[in-house]
Design a protein around this ligand. Sequence first.
Ligand code: TIU
Length: 232
Amino acid sequence: MTTFRLAATPFEYAFPAARTALVVIDMQRDFIEPGGFGASLGNDVSLLAPAIAPIAALLAAWRARAWPIVHTREAHRPDLADCPPAKRLRGTPTLRIGDKGPMGRVLIAGEPGADIVPALAPKRGEIVVDKPGKGMFWSTGLHEILQARGVSHLVFTGVTTEVCVQTSMREANDRGYACLVVEDGTESYFPEFKAQALAMIAAQGAIVGWHAPSAAILAAIEVAGPVRAVPA
Ligand code: TIU
């Protein structure tokens, strides 16, 4: 199996073709558009939009090669049975999880706000996981799905860097996946938190994982050979 190599922080990241999943965390209207959960917490949601184009480019590259793709959504059951009161009642948002807002009920599966933004909509055959927590493994069964497909490496994108992306990456690192986060494929409502999260992840000899720009990943794939779709 081909192994791809790229210059990353803090040192080279090598990943095997077909066993590396692209992970797109929570690129939902509720975080990226006005009127959703992110805005209800008092955030400037326009700060997240720059991640869309790099993620779209990586999705195209992964799709062209039929490599595994995971999309997550932070979304709860309509009856809120999977939303602990400690989460729902936290703070003083203008809208709480489950309340009706301009994009339907906030962070509820099936509502317009819980949808992934159209530019990054999942395609048939891609793994889509609704998660009740910030991390993608808690109460989702995703580890078993990835193990069944032989996935060993994860390339992370999505929002927000220091909340759901970092939590998911830490969970993944503890489960034995070699993880890289894409610098321009992730954003935060707090740019300084994004910078610090990236620094924390790569410190101490990649204690949680690596980070690199999307261009380095795309270049590594293209230098290694032409696009060749392989069976999933
Ligand atoms: N508030 C915030 O920064 N993030 C979240 O609540 N969820 C995700 O990061 N997806």
